[in-house]
Design a protein around this ligand. Sequence first.
Ligand code: HEM
Length: 474
Amino acid sequence: MRHSSDFSPPPASASPRAAAPSPSTSAPAPRGPRGLDLWRTQLQIQRDPLHALAAVHERWGPLVRLAFGPLVFWLTNDPDAIKHVLVDNAKAYRKSRNYDGLRLALGQGLVTSEGALWRRQRRLVAPAFTPGSIVRYVPDFVTAAEEAAERWAQAGDARTDVHHDMMELTFRIVGRTLFSVELGGDSDRIGPAFEEVIRFAEARAMSLVRIPATWPTPANRRFARALAELDGLVERIVSERRARIERGEPGGHDLLAALLAARDEEGQPMDTRQLRDEVLTLIGAGHETTANALAFTLYLLSLHPEWERRVVDELASVLGDRSPTAEELARLPILERVIEESMRLLPPVWGFERQALADDVVLGHRIRRGDVVGVSTWGLHRTPHLWANPEGFDPDRFLPEARRERPRLAYLPFGAGPRICVGAGFATLEAKAILAVLLRRFRFALASGYRLVPEPLVTLRPKGGIAMDRRARS
Ligand code: HEM
């Protein structure tokens, strides 16, 4: 979940060169800025990564090389190159050191671990996210959305920050579906703690010099306080769930029960630290991204009332007055296309990086061990030869026939390959369920004068939230 500006040194193991695949002899020299131009580009990337990373491709083509002495960064928006790095030759890459800031918080959870540990944990977590499992969460998605709708109906029409509202809702849902705990009341404390952690990780990824996290700087202290808050939450979740299992109370077979029951080859349970890392990772990865997608969808629908009307008509014809079932959610193609188009224009994870573990060849160019390859999803989703009128909002780009005309990896909201988002199906179904409930009951209009400022932290967030006027539909 990172972008392409890790200017920290590659690991020591990066220097020796293994026997390499050969670059094509006809390949032109790699393109990219040099000298002063290079530093100017780096400054632009630091200041405004979303636009600067898209602009490098306009100027230098689909594979751009930024070399700072031995530190080499490749940026690509070419679907074949992306497929090679993320899917076909994924074994030759790891997540880059840009994830280190996040690792300080999430430890060795599924997002930040590597190798055998990652494989074992992915096998443990994946069954909770199969199509058969996520369908069972639909009643929780719907109930949580209906409870929110009820509270809002009682409160009456109001101006609200829909990003905050969506964070609260998805946070509650992660608690109920994955851990069988009630997290509603914690959201106002935990939200800011996660934000602090994300800002810390982002600042670390962006800075040339990384101050040790143990030094008592103000930023480190804030980070430590936020982490203590999050650790307290995880402890509460785990101990509540454990106590209920010990009392023999039914709590369903949620993901946390599976993690607590897991045994390794020697019959040992997962150690406390690993359990903490996994739970915190799932809370973090599992609520903010979906909340951002939901808030951005409401924002874009308010700018495109013709699509809002189509969605509301579809909901009326498929659902009437009923709460949606899983089967009905599968019959809402317009809503689905609207969500997909929202994640194209405003991808909640706006870019990521990999670091080569061995020499490789990408688009005919030699990538050396230790080099970093970055993809800006924001930029990829706006590449003009892949997307006509890239800034336009047009959900019909996701009609089956239009989809077939594009390379599959032109669209990457959930990543690709072995590290693809484990929660992609969960998030999509959750977003559909929530919007199906809320859009039938409320209309959301942007507060006058509001201007969206997308803020590229680890995730893409609406800076300062999204102010909207929420009105009950008659
Ligand atoms: C719209 C919502 C979501 C978006 C856009 C999203 C996006 C992504 C992306 C792009 C990655 C891959 C990052 C990389 O390759 O560097 C990822 C990984 C991950 N996501 Fe999501 N995600 C969403 C929702 C969720 C949910 C609901 C969960 C869990 C409940 C979740 C859990 C994870 C985990 C655990 C990983 C790491 C997987 C691994 O490396 O094996 N995500 N997500």
